[in-house]
Design a binder for this molecule. Structure first.
Ligand SMILES: *Cc1c(COP(=O)(O)O)cnc(C)c1O
Length: 371
């Protein structure tokens, strides 16, 4: 028997319905509902301002943003890309779907790629590094840049978790040759489904534009084997509404995170999986690391019995999903496997009531103390 009202790990941010209706009304005048419409172009501009970026290319989702960002680099098929297995499968699949080989690198205590292990994995086939600012924890961007420069590698950041963050004086998307965001409904900022590639120059921006629209440059000129990865107007409208509430939601999320930390800080056998050093966080996730896998699983099950859906992100590692069999099982991914076995992401969203946080914490505490 499951008891209590259901609490999911997250809940999509939505603007007041009147704001959304106001925004989409114009679509019934124009009948222009996709293919780089007015709202798409307006959102692109607003996000450029918000992020401090010069070239933001919107996409239909975060996965296609990453897949096309990698495609835009024109790497030779079979080239190797060094990446982290402690991420959502999208990161790994974007590499494989570009006919490239993922080479998995272990992670550090902050759960991001261990840059000190990258150089050992470089071969003559290595062309790029695809790190992830996992849970919004910034990678060692300076260290990675130095290695990439030394070995002439491209760096494409999967910043799907890091929207709205600042690190070492810059917006997080300022790092790397390209950075991508996801605006999926479950992310901290959403356009229902959506994503973006932050480009460094006009040439990259145009290339990505081309790739997201079948490679069509003009009515009679087709120059790339592109995809269809355009953001539609209803998504752009959601993005224009949600961006107005983002800072307010950031403050509310911060409050939830602080409540969790305060209530859990004196409990032994757990640590927090969030980087405290970040200049400006988005408070997207609240990951907790338990001392053992068994304890993590017990907490997960006890929460589930109370209809609370914590999630084992990221378990299994992307290198260990069933599709790969044991292809990567001999890779040295000790830390990644350690954390993957022990991590649990607790529910977090702007309007999560503080009484619910107390209830969640109580179950966590009881389980840990009985263990
Ligand atoms: C969500 C996510 C993606 C993919 O984004 P979608 O918008 O869902 O396609 C890619 N990488 C990471 C790390 C993610 O969490």
């Amino acid at each position: 028997m499951r008891t209590g009202k259901e609490i999911l790990v997250t809940r999509s941010s939505m603007p007041p319905i009147e704001e959304y209706i106001d925004m989409i009304k114009q679509l019934w005048d124009s009948h222009w509902i996709t293919n780089m419409g007015t709202l798409h172009n307006q959102l692109e501009k607003e996000l450029e301002t918000f992020l401090g970026e010069n070239y933001v290319q919107l996409t239909v989702n975060g996965h296609m943003a990453l897949e096309l960002a990698i495609q835009s680099m024109n790497f030779a098929a079979g080239s190797e890309v060094i990446t982290t297995p402690f991420t959502f499968v999208s990161t790994t699949y974007a590499i494989i779907r570009n006919r490239l080989e993922p080479v998995f690198c272990d992670i550090k205590e902050d759960l991001t790629i261990d840059e000190s292990k990258i150089e050992d994995l470089i071969t003559e086939k290595t062309v790029a590094v695809v790190p992830v600012h996992v849970y919004g924890n910034p990678c060692n961007v300076e260290g990675i840049e130095e290695i990439a420069k030394r070995h002439n590698l491209k760096v494409i950041y999967d910043a799907a978790h890091a929207f709205g963050e600042c690190h070492h004086g810059k917006g997080i998307s300022a790092y790397g040759d390209l950075s991508i965001f996801s605006f999926h409904a479950t992310k901290v900022y959403n356009t229902i489904e959506g994503g973006a590639v932050c480009c460094r120059n006009e040439e990259q921006y145009k290339k990505l534009y081309n790739l997201k629209n079948f490679g069509i440059q003009s009515e009679e000129l087709v120059t790339d084997v592109g995809s269809n990865a355009k953001m539609n107007e209803f998504s752009a409208a959601m993005g224009l509404c949600n961006i107005k509430h983002f800072e307010n939601e950031r403050v509310k999320r911060k409050g939830v995170v602080e409540q969790y930390k305060e209530l859990l800080c004196d409990l032994g056998q757990i640590t927090f999986g969030i980087n405290e050093d970040i200049e400006k966080s988005n408070y997207a996730y609240f990951p907790v690391i338990f001392e053992t896998e068994e304890l993590r699983n017990r907490v997960y099950e006890n929460l589930a019995k109370n209809n609370i859906r914590a999630r084992k992100y990221f378990y299994p590692l992307t290198s260990d999903v069933a599709y790969f069999g044991d292809k990567y099982s001999s890779m040295d991914l000790k830390r990644a496997r350690y954390y993957s076995d022990r991590i649990l992401v607790l529910p977090l969203y702007a309007d999560l009531p503080s009484a619910d946080v107390e209830r969640i914490v109580l179950i966590v505490k009881e389980t840990v103390q009985k263990y």
